[in-house]
Design a protein around this ligand. Structure first.
Ligand SMILES: [Zn+2]
Length: 286
């Protein structure tokens, strides 16, 4: 066969199949279907998003390479020992623990879900940390287990270290349950085993991060860390995921100068989050 014939043949295959459908891990709760897909222009509109948005939202990447910006810190951080209405079904290691109120609510739902499976010895060991506390921890723990001030997700108020009152997390039922089910509640195991090269942090079976349910589902099903997921979003023209009959469309837009124009559905059914380095992600739910 002539070279151009082979080339044309490959081209036809590529065009007819488009980008192959992403692999979906089998098992897990709920019905999950992930495909490539963008928001249809019908029923949507273009809006302009300013650069500040790049540093706010559920999908901020904060690690050794990217420091958080002040506007990324959750404004609803509360002291949990003052909020017995929020602390139900789990304990606190000490009374100074703080966390974003909306995230502790999601954590409470997760703990209630685990209790239905007979897993009910949860403890929050650490939540939000301010820069001084982070700095102290970094000096005490070293760079394998802690990050400098402004480079830890704990400084955002969206991450927490979860323990079990029964055993170490790697052995505890609580740890095993979370590894399988946290994604159903919008959380990810942020530093998994085998991904140390990507995250730069050793396996931490206790550290969970809130990213929102559509994203946690995709990351869990595709076995992606936050670093990998944000990279993946940049490569695709958009992803759609159907979770229990709710369809979400996730689209990345690179920031151009001080703003970017993005497509959103008409009405309020969307969230925008920055990635904290070069763009924003629109999550539309129809
Ligand atoms: Zn942690």
């Amino acid at each position: 066969m002539k070279k151009w014939v082979v080339f044309a043949f490959i081209l036809v295959i590529l065009l007819s199949y488009g980008i192959p459908q992403l692999n979906v891990k089998s098992g897990g709760e709920g019905k999950v279907n992930i495909e490539n897909g963008s928001l249809p222009s019908k029923d949507s509109q273009m809006i302009t998003v300013s650069k500040e948005q790049m540093y706010q939202g559920d999908l901020l990447l904060v690690n050794a390479d990217y420091a958080l910006h002040q506007e990324g810190i959750r404004s609803d951080v509360v002291s949990l020992s003052d909020r017995s209405d929020l602390v139900k079904g789990f304990g606190l290691l000490d009374p100074s623990i703080q966390l974003s109120q909306s995230i502790v609510k999601s954590f409470g739902k997760m703990v209630a879900g685990a209790a239905k499976d007979g897993v009910n010895h949860f403890l929050i060991n650490s939540g939000y940390r301010d820069a001084d506390k982070q700095d102290q921890l970094y000096r005490d723990m070293g760079h394998d287990y802690a990050l400098p001030a402004y480079h830890s997700e704990h400084n955002l108020g969206v991450s927490l270290d979860i323990g079990s009152t029964e055993a170490k997390m790697e052995d505890a039922k609580e740890g095993k349950w979370l590894e399988q089910h946290a994604w159903e509640y919008g959380f990810i195991l942020r530093y998994p085993k085998g991904k140390e090269e990507i995250t730069g942090i050793k396996f931490e079976p206790w550290h969970f991060r809130y990213v929102g349910r559509a994203h946690s589902a995709i990351m869990y099903q595709q076995d992606l860390t936050l670093e990998q997921y944000l990279d993946e979003l940049k490569k695709t023209k958009g992803l759609s995921i159907t979770l229990d009959n709710q369809k979400y469309t996730v689209t990345y837009y690179p920031m151009v100068g001080d703003s970017v124009t993005v497509r959103v559905p008409k009405g309020e059914h969307y969230d925008i989050s920055g990635n904290n380095y070069d763009g924003v992600i629109v999550t539309a739910y129809a």
